[in-house]
Design a binder for this molecule. Sequence first.
Ligand SMILES: [Zn+2]
Length: 106
Amino acid sequence: MRCPRCKHKLVVGAKFCHRCGAELPPELTEKTAQWYHDPVLVLLAIFLFLGIFGLPLLWNNPRFSGWQKIVISVTTVIYTAIILWVLYYLIVVYILPVYNQLKGFT
Ligand SMILES: [Zn+2]
């Protein structure tokens, strides 16, 4: 999001431009005020907590361009698939044999 007067990059949630002091129209400040419109926070939320469930946040975000949404979505799906595969592998290779051994002792 940029200042309509001087094109200076705006801080999230700013009501005034930090460079030229222009008052920003409310629709502009409201759009930047919500945390889920901050690209960095959205990316952190998707990669750290939400995985593919965070994709609606991405697609509703006006601050990502179309190709960015596609690239991030594909990356997230691959990333989630890798995590699920690693979990599956850990369970089958490490946890199931231990579990079966423990069962044999009782
Ligand atoms: Zn400005």
